[in-house]
Each structure stands twice: as structure tokens, then as C-alpha cells.
Write a protein that binds this ligand. Structure first.
Ligand SMILES: Nc1ncnc2c1ncn2[C@@H]1O[C@H](COP(=O)(O)OP(=O)(O)OP(=O)(O)O)[C@@H](O)[C@H]1O
Length: 500
């Protein structure tokens, strides 16, 4: 299990991660979501001992990464697939990583097969596509048969078949009881892959909840109703009738009403009783992507001046107060509450005093002026108001579902889907016992294990950028790509390295 407690990282006056507390449990895929620059990679680097927290701590199996005995056998990571020595053949790249960690060469061929790179194993990686590079990075992460795996944006650059393959691989690894922590920008992808979600914005925890809870809280049905544009009084009349009948009514940008809490036939009957003609009465379902964007909209650092998400926001209805801070936010086990029953913003951002960033403006940024068309709004897609009541959502959030169950059994190789690895790790040497049961004196690493070996993929991940921990021996360095490029033979990326 990975556990972060009060994790904070500052780079000068820039706070990348602030007071982050969460757990990533074995036997489940935990998605790590957040907008660009929200601190996902920084958090992963701290988990892997590649960055020191300014305050707080993060442990794997109870120990900081640097104190894990034989860490590359226990933790595998893909941080940056592009940061490999391009002049080196894929197989040789993996072989060098394996040798640094005492992993037998046959394991290299196994993982090459698992990721589907066996046919290009002797090709230099500088000729690899982005997707092939991602696969090589995943192979490096799997090399040590680790129980804990971290993947930073593993589907970047992959085609649909590759995305499906990664999705199934993550699930298969979790089904074997491993801890799988995977970052992404894509809520839709995480909805298909992850069992649990941790969402951050500007380095702070926004949500820590099971995907099931997220879906049930955010994919509520609603109805869109439109009255004749020429008779605004009918809209008001209908709005009052629906509210009196217990519905929650919110205005949409195009003049329609978004109704939750009333079934379509009931809305029709109420309109009929009120003598209001309807131009539209249609069923809809909020998308998870929309819900995620609403959750993070106040925590986005980089935004186009022509914001496509303007259409997701609405002015608060009259009388509705802007959101207030959520008690307990940032504490372990906290997760964003379900949308409120009446008005308000489903996922409130921290108050000004909550962190170094101060308060996010309600709704993230100014709502468009009434009548301002969103140039990117999908004509068929209803705008999502900032305040969306969910009749099905409980008034109080239920306790989060247990995050992970240890699978009773790893799936047999024959049962795995076709695009899953048949045997991910079975023939590799047994990984050392978990640190909780292993060393009597965990602070003193076993002689065979360097105090802070970078994870299998980490040494290659950012050779130029990552600094080895001060207290640790330097991470094994790859030869600088520049020197490789000076070799005439290295100029042809399609040339097998062995043929040179
Ligand atoms: N070494 C560093 N020095 C200074 N600032 C840094 C450093 N590393 C990260 N940051 C800053 O910390 C913040 C978080 O960056 P980080 O890369 O962790 O975000 P992220 O969520 O992984 O982003 P993305 O999704 O774009 O990869 C950013 O504002 C970034 O500029």
C-alpha cells in the first residue's frame, strides 16, 4: 500500500503539492486525476524517492521508498516514456536496467513479450513511435515483478488498441493483488479502468472515492424542458409549478430548464395542468467527464482565453449562496460530497485560508454574460450548470466503499483476455518479502540492495532532470544521448543495434 500523509512540496515560492493525504491499496487500480500542473508527477516522484517532500511523508508498505530493501523488485514505475537512451536497442535498454537490479536476462524477454515489442527488441528506441516508447516504459516498470506499480499517463500517444491493452494490463495487474496507481487527465478512461479515484487540483485533494460512488453521484438523469422562447412568462410559470411539485429547476444557457427530481411524464402532466406549452421535453444523463471538469474547474492553472468549458457554467440561481469550504477536505478518507439537493456547486473548492493558492473563484472563472454564445458548445450537448442537484444522491456522503479487495486468486493465464499478458510475472524470481515482514532493521538496507535505487523505469525516466536523493547514491546513469548521437552508426534508428 502507498500512503501519503500531509504531503507538501514547494519549489521556491511555487507550491506544487499541498497537504496531500491518501492511500493507494493493493488489489485495485487507483486513478490519479488532475488538470495540467496539479501536482500528479511531483507526487509520484515523491513516492519514488526522486523528490524530497517539503513536509509530510509518503511510504510504500510502511517505508519510505529509499528505505525499501531491493526497491526495484518491489516498485516499478513509468514516469516519462520518452526519457530513454535512444541509441540503445530496446532489449539492451531493459537488459541494463535488469542487470542493475540483479534481474535475470530471461525476464527481459518475458516483459518484451508482455508488451508486444519482441519483434523490435533489437531496434534502437530512437526510432520508436510514442506508443512503442510507452510500451517500452511499461516493460521497464514490469521488469522486477513488482507488487507496486506507478504509471504516469501510460496511455499518452497510444492508439485505441493500445489504450485497450493498457486498460486490461492495469486490471490484470490489480487482479493479481498488486497496487496499481495510474495518473491520467481522462475521466472517461479512468471510469473504464480504475476502481478508485484520487483527484487533485493545484496540489490539493479534491476527491478520494470509489469510482462506483463517483459514477452514482455524478451520472444522475435529468430532463431538459423548453417553453416557447416568445413567451418568457410561461417559463417562469412552469418553473414555479415544477419547484412546487418537488423538482429542482436550473436555467440552462439556451433558455431551457434542467429538471431533476421529477420523471418525464410527471413534468409533462405538470406543464399541462399549468397550461404551459412545451417546445422540448427530453431525457439526459450527465457525463462523468463533465462532472470531473466541474470538480476541477476552479483548480485549472492553464486555460485558453477562449474557454470551451464556459458552456459548463451557469450563474447561480437567485438566492443561492456560493459554495462554502468542505469540512475535512484534505484529510485521509475525505472525499468530495455528492452534489447538494438544492443549488450550490457540487464540488466546493477550498476557502482562501485553506492553502497557499487562496480561494478559487466560485465556478472557476467568470460565467459568461447572459446571451453570450459559447463558440465551442456542442449544439446537441446541454450546458451543465455549476449547481446540479441530484435527486438520487444521498444528503450526506456515505462512507467510501472499501477501496480494494485482495483478489481471491490471480487469474489463470488461460482465463486472461486475449490482449492481456498471459503470464506477467510468474517466471521471474520471487520478489522479496514485503517490507512489513522483511527487514528487522528497515532503516539499514540489505547489502545487496542499494539504499535508494531508482525504480526500474525511473533511472531511465529522467536522466537529465531527476536529481538523485542527497542521502542516496546516484541513480544509475544512462550514457548521455548526445554522446550516442555522435556515433555515426547511431544515426539510423531503424538499424538494429546489434548489426552495427
Ligand atoms: N522541478 C521543479 N521546479 C519548479 N517547479 C516545478 C518542478 N516540478 C514541478 N514544478 C511545478 O509544480 C507544479 C506541478 O507540476 P507537476 O508536473 O507535478 O504537475 P502534473 O499534474 O503532473 O502536470 P501534467 O498533467 O501537466 O503532467 C507545476 O506548476 C510545475 O510547474
Amino acid at each position: 500500500m502507498i500512503e501519503a500523509v500531509g504531503l507538501t512540496k514547494r519549489y521556491g515560492d511555487k507550491t506544487a503539492v499541498y497537504n496531500l493525504s491518501f492511500q493507494v491499496r493493493p488489489g485495485a487500480v487507483t486513478g490519479f486525476l488532475g488538470p495540467n500542473g496539479s501536482g500528479k508527477s511531483t507526487t509520484m516522484r515523491m513516492i519514488l524517492g526522486l523528490d524530497n517532500p517539503t513536509s509530510g511523508s509518503v511510504t510504500i508498505g510502511g517505508y519510505p521508498y529509499r528505505k525499501l530493501p531491493n526497491a526495484p523488485r518491489q516498485v516499478g514505475a513509468l514516469l516519462d516514456a520518452k526519457a530513454v537512451h535512444g541509441g540503445r536497442a530496446a532489449r539492451n535498454h531493459l537488459l541494463s536496467l535488469a542487470q542493475l537490479s540483479g534481474i535475470p536476462a530471461r525476464r527481459v524477454d518475458e516483459v518484451l513479450g508482455v508488451v508486444g515489442l519482441q519483434d523490435v527488441a533489437r531496434k534502437r528506441s530512437k526510432g520508436f513511435s510514442l506508443g512503442m516508447g510507452q510500451r517500452l516504459g511499461i516493460a521497464a516498470a514490469l521488469l522486477g515483478d513488482p507488487q507496486v506499480l506507478l504509471f504516469d499517463e501510460p496511455v499518452n500517444g497510444l492508439d485505441p488498441e493500445g489504450i485497450l491493452w493498457v486498460r486490461n494490463l492495469m486490471k490484470a495487474l490489480a487482479a493479481e493483488g498488486r497496487t496499481v496507481f495510474v495518473s491520467s487527465h481522462l475521466m472517461s478512461e479512468m471510469a473504464l479502468t480504475a476502481d478508485h479515484l484520487i483527484v487533485i487540483g493545484r496540489g490539493q485533494l479534491l476527491a478520494d472515492m470509489s469510482i462506483k460512488d463517483f459514477i452514482s453521484a455524478n451520472s444522475a438523469d435529468f430532463a431538459r424542458v423548453r417553453t416557447p422562447d416568445t413567451e418568457p412568462q410561461l417559463r417562469e410559470k412552469l418553473s414555479s409549478a415544477l419547484t412546487e411539485a418537488g423538482g429542482h429547476v436550473l436555467p440552462e444557457q439556451d433558455g431551457a430548464l434542467r429538471i431533476t427530481g421529477l420523471a418525464l411524464p410527471r413534468i409533462s402532466d405538470l406543464a399541462h395542468e399549468a397550461g404551459v406549452r412545451l417546445w422540448e421535453l427530453s431525457p439526459h444523463q450527465a457525463s462523468l467527464e463533465e462532472a470531473y471538469m466541474r470538480m476541477t474547474q476552479g483548480a485549472v492553472d492553464y486555460r485558453s482565453t477562449v474557454d470551451q468549458r464556459a458552456g459548463l457554467q451557469q450563474p447561480l440561481p437567485p438566492g443561492v449562496q456560493p459554495p462554502v469550504p468542505v469540512p475535512g477536505q484534505g484529510q485521509p478518507g475525505w472525499y468530495a460530497p455528492p452534489p447538494p439537493q438544492q443549488g450550490g456547486q457540487p464540488f466546493a473548492m477550498p476557502a482562501p485560508a485553506a492553502g497557499p493558492y487562496g480561494a478559487a473563484p466560485a465556478g472557476g472563472h467568470a460565467a459568461p454574460a447572459p446571451g453570450t454564445a459559447n463558440p465551442y458548445a456542442h449544439p446537441g450537448a446541454p450546458a451543465q450548470p455549476a449547481a446540479q442537484p441530484h435527486p438520487g444522491a444521498p444528503a450526506q456522503p456515505a462512507a467510501p466503499a472499501p477501496q480494494a479487495q485482495q483478489p481471491a486468486q490471480a487469474p489463470a493465464a488461460g482465463q486472461a483476455p486475449q490482449d492481456q499478458p498471459p503470464a506477467l510475472v510468474k517466471t521471474a524470481p520471487a520478489a522479496p518479502a514485503a517490507p512489513a515482514t522483511a527487514p528487522a532493521a528497515p532503516a539499514a538496507p540489505a547489502p545487496a540492495a542499494p539504499a535508494a535505487p531508482a525504480p526500474a523505469a525511473a533511472p531511465a525516466a529522467r536522466p537529465a532532470q531527476q536529481q538523485a536523493p542527497a542521502a542516496a547514491p546516484p541513480a544509475p546513469a544512462e550514457p548521455a544521448p548526445a554522446s550516442a548521437a555522435s556515433s555515426p552508426a547511431s544515426d539510423d534508428p531503424t538499424q538494429p543495434e546489434d548489426a552495427r
